[in-house]
Design a protein around this ligand. Sequence first.
Ligand SMILES: NC(=O)c1ccc[n+]([C@@H]2O[C@H](COP(=O)([O-])OP(=O)(O)OC[C@H]3O[C@@H](n4cnc5c(N)ncnc54)[C@H](OP(=O)(O)O)[C@@H]3O)[C@@H](O)[C@H]2O)c1
Length: 427
Amino acid sequence: MSTNVGIAGLGVVAQGLLELVRSNADQLNVIAGKNLSVKRLASRRLRDGVDLSEIVFSTDLDDLLNDDELDLVIELIGGTDAAYDLIKATLERGRGVITANKAVLATHGNELLDIAREHDVPLAFEAAVAGGIPIIAALKTRFPANDINWLTGIINGTCIYILTAMAHDGVAFEDALQNAQELGYAEADPTFDVGGMDAAQKLAILVALAFDVPIEIDSVYCEGIQDITIEDIQHADELGYSIKHLAIGRQEEDLVEMRVHPALVPKDNLLAKVNDVENAVQLGTANTGVLRFTGPGAGGHATASSVIADLTNIASGLYRHPGIGGGSIRVRSIGDVSSAFFLNIAAADRPGVIASIGETLARHSISIASMIQKKEEVIRSVDNEIIPVVILTNTVVERELDQALEELESLADIAAPIKKIRVVDLT
Ligand SMILES: NC(=O)c1ccc[n+]([C@@H]2O[C@H](COP(=O)([O-])OP(=O)(O)OC[C@H]3O[C@@H](n4cnc5c(N)ncnc54)[C@H](OP(=O)(O)O)[C@@H]3O)[C@@H](O)[C@H]2O)c1
């Protein structure tokens, strides 16, 4: 018995996959209970130094569709156009697909999973979120008798690398981004990563699995890390927090929260200790407390090992369709979300200013948990010196906070728009 595999793409993950399949062939065949054989590979071009012996190579993706000997196709080209066409057509021909492509799943996942169910063929995607961490497998078990209440994650390598460099080496955002690009951790156009969209796509998939709802990328509230400064990181540090780019999903009754944004995380939380290009996901469960997963979120071998987990699962008949889909999703808007907030207020350093900030916040039932006045960090000096007043609020509904900030910004003693960063303590 054998499972014949076709691969689309010859980039980082495909090359890692070829290496791991070859170097672990005997073990994989035992686990799969049959002979796993890569028969064909289609990609735009050959890559120097890649051994394709015993594999038929072509530049036409349709060759994967037209090869009747293939049992399944592994899509590793990325993007949402050609990848979507290939996955759809493969499933419609009654063959399984493995993909590492969060973008195609976030935009077309509901439709593709319906087609897979209709044709009763697998569509597996362990590698699409958090690279080498088996988080999809964990969520797919659907935790019988153990509801997931919330999940939090650090799932974008570029953001975590940049924030780590800013915190540990004191480099500004632009310099940290340039380093990330030079090291190959960030794309030439990094907007998608630093703007939060990459994490938003992955979150939409995780939320769908965790709460058995459809994938709804358009409903994810999304902020990136472009406006985080070294001063923000230092002020947060003084208050006992690290700043991370978080993905958060939460279900309360029939309302689902989906948001990605920078956040202050208490320093003793696992997420505060995730650095460089590591990823992490925490699941808040009803009966097993908090489950924590950390590991490499990218890299050829790490990602390929997740692809191989899907491959052996399918070949050995263990694949099950995920509970994504059916029903509808009611999303809590960001204005209705409750958090504590970190505020940085550029205020005149003169008597009465702190009192009027406190009074304005109090009128909106917002209390101050901690405050530091950074008298040594003069922003500018005209009639009075303008200095940062850094405040940590108690938990407040965001809409209420925004009204208070609007009032504060209209005061003559407040010199600039107020910086707000949410505090997240789901632990
Ligand atoms: N890299 C990671 O660590 C990682 C981690 C998790 C998930 N993923 C996901 O895995 C997938 C592959 O990522 P990767 O890093 O391996 O990408 P990559 O290095 O850019 O490789 C993509 C490969 O696909 C080929 N290709 C692209 N479009 C094509 C088309 N229309 N027709 C034929 N061939 C095409 C490319 O050809 P050229 O050789 O001409 O460029 C290249 O060989 C993506 O969905 C990505 O999001 C990657």
